[in-house]
Ligand binder design. Structure first.
Ligand SMILES: [Zn+2]
Length: 498
């Protein structure tokens, strides 16, 4: 089966090629672009703008938004604990609703660093449910299994953080948050086991299994070394946070005086298979080494603002030759996963001031669309044509309502790219196509009944909350812990620092 899409405007390679008027894109039965050609006559009907779908190179498949959990306003170091406040429920419901939101907002390739395990079924079953959700929703995910073995409360041994908390919450915090380390070999073996199970289910094309060390401060050196060796053997991608906050910078400088990026390089982790989320506080020489080794950096502009982490040196990353990709990290500006608005925010913050141009539209497009699929799919599986609409490229397309975007048309010479960059948001998306298949139409995900899944998720979560008063006690403890951590970070460089 092949299909064709006619559009009033085509941005086949934004920033590289000018917009083309009245084009027809033919999609082959293999899910790839078969041809791109002028459509001839004005087709009539609603006007459409077609462009490559976006990618989200760093996220976690979160179930609920930050403000729902009462987590807003907290810096990362106390915000983290609010993520565990919702009771674990069916992982398929959580994943399918989360992936639906991302897909509706224009993301075809979505990174899922799976840091919040629901835990109501065995881990491998949970991972299979997440991959099945990706398949049903119609999005491609990278599924990075979260790996850690130290520092459950701050950036030092748990025993060094606990005395700073008020006595009445210490036992419960220790019980819930102390790290119970699992041996590196066992953590690595789980990744293989999950990958085999997802492959056997026939969902490997929708979910690329990856190693997900959470960060250097949360992983012992033996664990990181084991991951580096496993990555070299298996070729699987690695996804990890790095230098997200000022406190993580301070920890890195104290614990890796030779340089934390140099450390990653020394243990063999800094390779083209690695994606580093954030790098907000990375220095130019660190960025130069990341660029030289060919790792990708996922920049999360809204999340960094929401968690008070800072503004990433995106222009410097580009200057150093880094491959950069956009991440939403579950923290889009309006908590709506709108990838188009996220792209605009990053562009506004990072393109440069006055007449200085520090990021080109071509680089913006690399950031928002072309580079992310590599983090999601891995260097060996990614299609080199992803992020552009040319024959042979995967047919991952956004079809936007151009009548709505261009609603006060005056001058024919104004480039449609201008209006797109200035105005387009998720609400303008008429259709999302992934791998040649229509997966969103008129704001609705076609593969699953999203409103019914959301209703079911909320009902089950509320029932679980009502059934156990301990949930409310733990919420109060987390709020108290957040209050106690503030002074600790303010008086020392980071929690856990002597
Ligand atoms: Zn993250």
């Amino acid at each position: 089966m092949s299909t064709a899409i006619d559009c009033a405007w085509l941005l086949a390679e934004p920033g590289t090629r000018p917009a083309q008027a009245r084009m027809r894109i033919a999609i082959g039965a293999d899910g790839r672009i078969a041809s791109v050609a002028p459509s001839g006559a004005n087709a009539g009907g609603p006007r459409r703008l077609v462009l490559p779908a976006l990618a989200n190179a760093h996220d976690h498949g979160r179930t609920f938004r930050n403000s729902t959990l009462g987590a807003c306003g907290h810096p990362l170091e106390s915000w983290l604990f609010f993520q565990g406040l919702a009771p674990g429920v069916d992982p398929y419901l959580c994943a399918a609703t989360s992936f639906s939101r991302s897909l509706r907002q224009g993301v075809a390739n979505l990174m899922v660093h799976y840091t919040r395990v629901q835990g109501v079924v065995p881990y491998v079953e949970e991972a299979r449910a997440v991959a099945r959700a990706a398949h049903d929703v119609g999005v491609r995910i990278g599924f990075a299994i979260a790996m850690r073995d130290r520092h459950g409360m701050g950036y030092g041994p748990d025993e060094s953080v606990l005395p700073s908390l008020r006595p009445e919450i210490r036992d419960e915090v220790a019980r819930r948050l102390s790290v119970k380390p699992v041996a590196p070999a066992q953590q690595v073996a789980l990744v293989d086991e999950v990958a085999e199970a997802i492959e056997a289910d026939g969902h490997a094309d929708h979910a690329t299994v990856q190693y997900g060390p959470t960060a250097v401060h949360w992983c012992s050196t033996p664990l990181l070394e084991a991951i580096a060796r496993a990555c070299a053997d298996s070729g699987r991608p690695v996804h990890m946070h790095l230098l997200e906050t000022p406190y993580q910078r301070a920890w890195a400088d104290q614990n890796h005086p030779g340089g934390i990026v140099k450390f990653l390089d020394d243990i063999g982790l800094l390779t083209p298979r690695l994606t580093l989320a954030h790098c907000v506080h990375a220095r130019p020489e660190e960025l130069a080494l990341i660029a030289e080794r060919g790792a990708t950096i996922a920049v999360n502009t809204s999340s960094n603002l929401g968690l008070r982490s800072g503004i990433a040196p995106l222009a410097e990353m580009l200057r150093q030759g880094c491959r950069v990709a956009m991440g939403l990290d579950g923290g889009a500006l309006d908590e709506d996963d709108d990838a188009l608005r996220e792209m605009r925010l990053a562009w506004s913050l990072h393109r440069g001031w006055g007449f200085e141009q520090r990021m080109s539209v071509d680089q913006l497009w690399g950031f928002a669309s072309r580079n992310g699929p590599r983090s999601v799919r891995g260097a060996t599986r990614v299609d080199p044509l992803a992020g552009s609409i040319v024959p042979g490229a995967p047919a991952d397309l956004l079809v936007l309502d151009w009548d709505d975007i261009d609603d006060e048309h005056l001058f024919d010479e104004v480039d449609p790219l201008q209006q797109f960059l200035a105005r387009a948001t998720g609400r303008h998306i008429a259709k999302v196509i992934v791998g040649g298949r229509s997966v969103v139409q008129g704001g609705r995900v076609l593969g699953v009944d999203e409103p019914a899944l959301v209703a079911e998720l909320l009902a089950r979560t509320r029932t679980a909350l009502a059934a156990n008063p301990a949930h409310a006690d733990w919420r109060a403890a987390v709020r108290a812990m957040a209050e106690d951590l503030g002074p600790l970070y303010l008086r020392s460089a980071f929690a856990g620092c002597a």
